[in-house]
Design a protein around this ligand. Structure first.
Ligand code: SF4
Ligand code: SF4
Length: 384
């Protein structure tokens, strides 16, 4: 493989995201079911068992924010505004093709936005516990997952058996393991590739609409990077500083976070967020007698700032710093995101305890702060 082939392949994945709507249409034309989702807490195994393809409706562009601000306050996180803007302005083919939207009671802005979305589409909300330190939490979350299954059965006139759900768990576990294996290419010194390419792949997977094809793509990308590494060595310089990006989902700000780091003497080795390794990190115990309980146990471990307290995120950061030999943490907070904004205090304190330099940035989907962010990130990396 020549040195220049890999970037071309990453670009093709970027295209796949844009062209995904053709696949969505094809899927619908064949009578397929589609559901819009927004969050890592969404129990995907229930969708798979029901034969429903989940597609993320999280907005990543500022284009539709003015449409959203007709009904939503300005001082709301850009992810929420962008997502709602796409739906209300009919600019999102995935919302259009969705038979149902499934959300969770996560942050206040998102859960209230779902009420507005329900005027446009059948919208179903799972009630997520607010923390994991109460004895009833697993009972509650398990019954919410069972209620979702019943909702699907009623809406689509289908029966979902425990065997269907268990088989779906086995497959999702496989997908997660493949993803983790791809992320682990960054464990080596230097990493086997820059993260911006890997991010493009991960971001596009959501728009494949076929889990088998998704898994094939992840494996292929992993193998291509390995092969390129064996033949050409790593494109990453040994002197590049190893950065962890933490915090909010960053697909809408990838260029001014990952891109700026990697253009200025750094390399992102891991992202703890929902745009990175977090959704792939835990598996469902497929041998458990009660498969719904096992799903509940797997998802409730997600270390999101909407949980209080959120010890699981701190534990994960500690583990990732060690596993990926992180030299600096950049905590990215989307404007007006209260959960992640307040939690910066704990992450900063943890970074100090770990002896890893920390910086936090607050940003939105506009390009107006690119210059200022670049200056700050450059200074941070130079200081490492
Ligand atoms: S950051 Fe939290 S609320 Fe947002 S998608 Fe991830 S798990 Fe869901
Ligand atoms: S980034 Fe923060 S405010 Fe925005 S949807 Fe996620 S948790 Fe909510």
């Amino acid at each position: 493989m020549s040195v220049n082939e890999l970037p071309k392949k990453f670009e093709e994945f970027g295209e796949a995201r844009r062209l995904g709507f053709l696949k969505a249409k094809e899927h619908k034309d064949k009578g397929g079911r589609l559901a819009g989702i927004f969050c890592t807490f969404t129990p995907l195994e229930i969708f798979d068992a029901a034969g429903i393809v989940p597609v993320s409706l999280c907005g990543t562009s500022e284009e539709t924010i003015p449409d959203a601000e007709v009904n939503l306050p300005k001082n709301l996180c850009p992810l929420i505004k962008s997502s709602y803007g796409f739906a209300v302005s009919d600019k999102c083919p995935y919302t259009y093709f969705s038979d149902i939207i499934v959300g969770e009671t996560t942050c206040d802005g998102k859960k209230k936005m779902y009420e507005l979305l329900s005027e446009l589409k059948d919208t179903y909300i799972l009630h997520l516990p607010q923390g994991i330190d109460r004895p009833y939490v697993l009972d509650m979350w398990e019954s919410e997952i069972r209620l979702l299954k019943e909702k699907f059965e009623k809406k689509f006139g289908i029966t979902i058996t425990d065997d269907d759900v268990r088989a779906a768990c086995v497959k999702r576990n496989k997908e997660r393991l493949l993803k983790v294996k791809m992320f682990e290419l960054s464990k080596s010194i230097p990493p086997k590739n820059y993260y911006k390419g890997i991010h493009k792949v991960v971001d596009s997977l959501n728009f494949t609409f076929d889990l088998d094809e998704t898994m094939k793509n992840i494996k292929k990308m992993h193998d291509d990077i390995e092969e390129n590494y064996k033949i050409n060595g790593s494109p990453v310089k040994l002197t590049d500083k190893r950065i962890m990006i933490s915090g909010c989902p960053i697909s809408g700000v990838a260029d001014k976070t990952i891109g700026v780091v990697e253009d200025n003497g750094g390399v992102v080795v891991v992202m703890d967020s929902c745009s990175g390794i977090k959704p792939a990190r835990n598996l469902v115990d497929v041998e458990a007698p009660n498969i719904y309980r096992a799903i509940a146990e797997r998802y409730i471990k997600i270390g999101c700032a909407v949980m209080t307290p959120n010890e699981n995120r701190m534990t994960m950061i500690k583990e990732l710093v060690d596993e990926y030999k992180v030299e600096g943490i950049i905590d990215v907070v989307l404007q007006s995101c209260h959960p992640f904004s307040v939690e910066r205090y704990q992450v900063k304190k943890l970074s100090e305890d770990l002896g890893v330099p920390y910086m936090s940035i607050e940003t939105d989907y506009s390009t107006s702060d690119v210059g200022q962010l670049t200056t700050r990130i450059q200074a941070f990396i130079e200081m490492l």
